[in-house]
Design a protein around this ligand. Structure first.
Ligand SMILES: Cc1cc2nc3c(=O)[nH]c(=O)nc-3n(C[C@H](O)[C@H](O)[C@H](O)COP(=O)(O)O)c2cc1C
Length: 182
């Protein structure tokens, strides 16, 4: 069995990035499982909180889930040409939890609105951030989905056949990379 965890950088219910993770879930072979973790409930990073009450349970639980996964897939939206604060904030917290990402095979995906960069800028900032966390990020293939407004419904479910095929190609490469450790 191969165990993956998917993390979405978006909190909204109809998020296309969370939908991207659900679409990946639907494409997994039988021997692979993927839980989707939410970043809901993670407070703003504050060292005074650690000093006063320790690390929030929501953070330590996420760190443990990452630690016990064979691979991690992060779906990031792009906000102001970068990673959403919610995701950066979570990574700042996770960096205080004994390196849960250390040497973890990690994939980065993302979907954004319009014809712009399909989250390319956010993905590259996230890759830099993950380097600090000691994750091993799959170099290629990349998947950057433009025009998410045409490819997902209002609940964030993927409806576009060509995107689903591209996702399958990306997932096959990711699983080979996670499982064979070439
Ligand atoms: C605060 C904010 C900033 C955004 N900045 C960008 C941006 O820099 N580049 C981009 O392609 N889309 C940007 N968008 C549009 C997002 O691509 C779009 O809202 C996308 O659907 C968000 O992902 P989600 O569907 O997972 O919530 C921005 C949206 C918000 C709310």
């Amino acid at each position: 069995m191969t165990k993956l965890i998917g993390i979405s950088g978006a909190l909204r219910k109809g998020s296309t990035n969370t939908g991207l993770l659900r679409a990946l879930q639907s494409l997994l072979p039988a021997h692979v499982t993927m839980e989707i973790a939410t970043l809901h409930g993670i407070p703003l990073f504050d060292e005074d909180v650690i000093a006063a009450t320790g690390k929030p349970e929501v953070v330590t639980a996420l760190a443990d889930r990452i630690r016990h996964a064979d691979g991690i897939i992060i779906a990031t939206p792009e906000y102001q040409f970068s990673v959403p604060g919610v995701l950066k904030n979570a990574n700042d917290w996770l960096s205080t939890c004994n390196a849960p990402f250390k040497w973890k095979r990690t994939g980065v995906v993302g979907a954004s609105a319009g014809a712009m960069a399909g989250t390319a800028r956010a993905q590259y900032h996230l890759r830099q951030n993950l380097q600090a966390l000691q994750a091993i990020v799959m170099p290629r293939p990349e998947i950057m989905i433009v025009h998410n407004e045409r490819k997902f419904d209002s609940d964030g479910n993927l409806t576009d056949t060509e995107t689903r095929e591209r996702l399958q190609t990306w997932l096959d490469a990711f699983l080979e990379w996670v499982e064979k450790k070439p």
